[in-house]
Design a protein. Structure first.
Length: 162
């Protein structure tokens, strides 16, 4: 989780590949209406997000029920969004990619073809409720260092990977 430009999709894809798990990008679950709204520079409201959160929660549950492991890249900016996503799900940890405004602005300004423009970044920071129960990673860390930290904190310490 984290604001736009923090590297959620890049890290999520790399983590899923490393673990042989399924990757889902929450951006792919937005309605056409929500995408149009964000592309026009308007932040989403909680009511805009509700069907999106429901769809993401259902995908997490169905993946777990099929005895597969999901990796979801999702902003999940508020505690109640995270609670909705993880309702009834015990086996998922949260990784928070924390970055400073200038770094994330530069990343967002450099990407092309994404509906979420850099001008929307401040609204993400304004909405953000930092999690208390997450592994916090600096968004400026090299990807390989992030992966090593995740494996160490979530797997090696719990002896889930050999």
């Amino acid at each position: 989780m984290g604001v736009s430009g923090s590297g959620k999709s890049t890290l999520g894809q790399a983590l899923a590949q490393k673990l042989g798990w399924e990757f889902f990008d929450a951006d792919d679950f937005h309605s056409a209406e929500n995408i149009a709204k964000m592309a026009a520079g308007m932040p989403l409201t909680d009511s805009d997000r509700m069907p999106w959160l429901v769809a993401l929660h259902e995908r997490l549950l169905s993946t777990l029920q099929a005895d597969r492991h999901p990796v979801l890249a999702c902003s999940a900016l508020k505690e109640n969004y995270r609670a909705q996503l993880l309702a009834g799900v015990d086996a998922i940890g949260i990784i928070y990619l924390k970055g400073n405004y200038d770094l994330l602005w530069s990343r967002m300004s450099a990407r092309h073809g994404h509906y979420m423009k850099a001008e929307m970044l401040q609204s993400q920071f304004d909405t953000l409720e930092e999690p208390d129960n997450a592994l916090v990673l600096d968004a400026s860390m090299p990807l390989q260092d992030m992966l090593a930290t995740i494996v160490e904190k979530y797997f090696l310490s719990k002896r889930l990977l050999k």
